[in-house]
Design a protein around this ligand. Structure first.
Ligand code: 13P
Ligand code: ZN
Length: 272
């Protein structure tokens, strides 16, 4: 008999957990992942569901009413997802108002990630803004970006410019830039609201002294976005460790030429 873990979207989800873990972004239970499941994918596994009790989400996401999500569990370790999927991850369904959720598969002796409010608010915002295209929200404790939040001003313009400057592919991979949220208590409504505001403009949001959130249409694109930004941050950390002044860099006009060649729009506020 088919198992939920045999479904393609579940395999891809588990693979992404493995990839993030192998890069050292998920110490202990750090980080979380969610995927808004397509209705065709749900019908392939719904015979295997058993429906738990409705529970409060603590935020209201009416734009996601009745949707199903595959999510990581609160307190669960990414490194264990591949070993014990039924207790590390699970599928939840939202009610017809978008106020409550119930577990329909997995999350044995567990519950969805404590960052569920931020995940769902990001999903709701991106579903509207991308016409349903975005389906993946990923939170990782990316070491180098976190390190930079101690030494750079916590401004969208500064982080965007610095990350663009450190790797030529960055303005092409995230031409809209990155948002920055100052330090806030994680796991609640306030940080979810602040992150949602940034997600209206960006696909990538830095949480000062904590990590990043990425949004994308599929697992590869979302992981690739996180990976590209973190790699760029790693280069900046190395540059700053070697010497305080750079001898040469990518100039403002270089950015403008790059935008022309790759047909992306780079806002002037991130260049000058
Ligand atoms: P969870 O284990 O609840 O997903 O929390 C991990 C985390 O990274 C909180 O920001
Ligand atoms: Zn975290």
């Amino acid at each position: 008999m088919m198992k939920v873990t045999d479904a393609g979207f579940v395999k891809e989800f588990i693979r992404m957990c493995e990839d993030g873990n192998s890069l050292g972004w998920h110490e202990r239970n750090g980080g979380n992942l969610s995927y808004r499941i397509k209705s065709s994918e749900i019908s392939s596994v719904s015979d295997l569901f058993s429906y738990g009790e409705w529970k409060d989400i603590t935020v209201s996401v009416p734009g996601l009413a009745n949707e199903y999500f595959l999510v990581t569990g609160s307190g669960r370790y990414f490194k264990n997802v591949i070993l014990r999927p039924e207790e590390s991850i699970g599928i939840i369904q939202l009610d017809n108002k978008g106020d409550k959720y119930r577990i329909v598969w997995g999350l044995e002796n567990s519950k969805p990630t404590s960052e569920l409010p931020t995940h769902l608010m990001n999903h709701e915002t991106k579903k509207i803004l991308t016409n349903g295209e975005h389906r993946v929200i990923y939170h990782a404790h990316t070491t180098n970006v976190i390190a930079l939040t101690f030494v750079l001003p916590l401004k969208d313009e500064v982080f965007t410019h610095k990350l663009w400057e450190m790797a030529t592919e960055c303005p092409v991979v995230f031409p809209d830039g990155v948002g920055v949220v100052e330090w806030m208590v994680p796991g609640g409504r306030d940080i979810a609201l602040a992150t949602r505001e940034k997600m209206k403009e960006y696909d990538l949001v830095v949480w000062a002294h904590h990590g990043m959130f990425a949004s994308g249409p599929d697992f590869d694109t979302t992981f690739g976005l996180m990976h590209t930004a973190e790699k760029s941050a790693e280069i900046l950390v190395k540059v700053l460790s070697m010497r305080s002044e750079m001898l040469q860099t990518i100039t403002d006009d270089d950015f403008r030429n790059l935008a022309k060649e790759f047909n992306v729009t780079l806002k002037e506020k991130f260049i000058g």
